[in-house]
Design a protein. Structure first.
Length: 102
């Protein structure tokens, strides 16, 4: 069954992103799971890449399962550093130390 991207789904994803506290990160998969769509991490990424059209959301706090930064989001690292997010290397946050724990 194909996922249909509706405005309701977009705002459902963005409302979860809005809850990520400063100094913490979440993963695309974690957000997908929270909205009941375990296998739709890529859909979450797609929505976040277009989030500016819907308002201001802390999308910089979302990384992949390994803590890798989004490849086409040059400001992400600086924003995370400003919040005190620890990094393992130049492109990966230390997910074990800063993952949002619900």
């Amino acid at each position: 069954m194909a996922s249909k991207l509706t405005e309701d789904l977009i705002y459902e994803i963005l409302s979860v992103v809005e809850e990520i506290p400063p100094g913490k990160v979440s993963t695309y998969g974690q957000i997908a799971k929270l909205i009941g769509r375990d296998k739709n991490a890529r859909l979450v990424g797609k929505v976040l890449s277009q989030a500016d059209y819907y308002g201001q959301y802390p999308c910089h706090r979302v990384v992949n399962h390994a803590g890798r930064l989004a490849p086409h989001f040059p400001e992400q690292k600086q924003r995370l550093l400003e919040e005190g997010i620890p990094f393992k290397d130049a492109n990966h946050v230390d997910i074990k130390r800063c993952q949002w724990d619900l």
